[in-house]
Every structure is written in C-alpha cells, then in structure tokens.
Design a binder for this molecule. Structure first.
Ligand code: ATP
Ligand code: MG
Length: 184
C-alpha cells in the first residue's frame, strides 16, 4: 500500500537548517533518495553540506550546478549529489528528457549509497511517477521556502512518498520525532 506523509518544519536560522541536515546525515540509511526543491538561495546546498559533514565526508561539498553530479566517497556511505537546474532549458521552456539520467540514477540506487537531488521539482512536476518507480525504498521530498516575515528563516516541507515499510519512511518518522520543537 502506498502512503503519503507530510510534515512542516520552521528553520529559524542558518544553524537550524544545518542542525536538521546533521540529523539527517546521522540517521540516513543506504538506498535513500532525497529530492530537494526550492528557489535559488533557499538553502538546498546548505542542507546537503550539513548532511555530508555528518556522514563524515571530508571533501568540501560544492554546488554541482555546472557538473550535474558530484560523488563523495569519504563518508559513512557514498553520497551522490545531483543538481538538475541545467536540465531545464528556459529558452525552449523544455526539460531535457528524463531518461537521459534515469539510467544513471537506477545504477546508483542499486549500490549501497545515498542520492540527493537539488531542483528535483524540475522533474517531480511531470516525472514524479518515474521517480517513484525508480526507487523501491520510496523517497523524501524536502521543499524549502523563504519565510516572508524573516529573511533568516526557512520553511521546510518534508513529504514521504512510497511504502511505509521502507528505509526512507523510517527516516521520515525519526525526523518528525527528533524535531518536535520545530514542527509547525
Ligand atoms: N535558515 C536558513 N537556512 C538555510 N540557509 C539560510 C538560512 N538563513 C540564511 N541562509 C542563507 O541562504 C543561502 C542559501 O544558499 P544555498 O546555496 O544553500 O541555496 P540553494 O537553495 O542551494 O541555491 P541554488 O538554487 O542556487 O543552488 C546561504 O547564503 C545561507 O547562509
Ligand atoms: Mg544549490
């Protein structure tokens, strides 16, 4: 049975986002896919950096906007960091066909690793089903928004998509328990 679950968090400062990422990095298990959405500067890479640090990645995590995929192998689990911003062609208002990257994602998901995708919304709108099929363990969609009242704060909506028996769902539950004080 497929369930959908959602939780909203208020990240009052940069440090709150870093702390949230740190918790993810400590608890995340292999074969987990995180789909990050949010406007430019909303904090996606900030979150990835904190996750990587908690995983024990020693390299500096940089935004992969121009290279599409960065791979970090020095942490507790290999981390693949994708940024799909470039998949969207503003001029033609078209998305580069998804199957160009599904093969690669499929391959990575079969290894004991973690995948984090920035600008995942580019294909979640229209390709959500594809992503769902791709990941047997379901996935967590993390969507960051500015807080209109406070430019240092962010609102994070976490959605779990998939079966509730899977590792991604357990992470979702743990995050909800851990972060009671920032749940909105
Ligand atoms: N509560 C907060 N959470 C996250 N970042 C914050 C927060 N408050 C301020 N910031 C700042 O917002 C910026 C977020 O930048 P970041 O590169 O993480 O965004 P991004 O979503 O990855 O952008 P892009 O779409 O360009 O990749 C940083 O400069 C960070 O210091
Ligand atoms: Mg970024």
């Amino acid at each position: 049975m497929v369930h959908q679950n959602s939780a909203k968090f208020h990240l009052a400062h940069l440090e709150s986002t870093q702390k949230f990422g740190q918790s993810i990095g400590q608890m995340i298990e292999a074969h987990t896919l995180l789909a990050l959405a949010g406007e430019i500067g909303s904090g996606k890479t900030t979150l990835v950096k904190a996750i990587a640090k908690a995983l024990g990645v020693v390299e500096t995590v940089t935004s992969p906007t121009f290279v599409m995929l960065n791979e970090y192998r020095t942490g507790r689990l290999p981390l693949y960091h994708l940024d799909l911003y470039r998949l969207y062609d503003e001029e033609s208002n078209e998305i580069i066909p998804f199957d160009l990257i599904t093969g690669q994602l499929d391959e990575i998901l079969n290894t004991k690793s973690i995948i984090i995708i920035e600008w995942a919304n580019i294909f979640l709108n229209g390709y959500g089903q594809e992503l769902n099929k791709l990941t047997e363990n379901g996935y967590l969609s993390l969507s960051l928004e500015a807080d209109k009242q406070d430019d240092q704060a962010r609102i994070l909506t976490v959605n779990y998509v998939g079966e509730t028996s899977k590792t991604s769902f357990f992470l979702f539950e743990k995050l909800c328990k851990l972060s009671k004080d920032i749940l909105v």
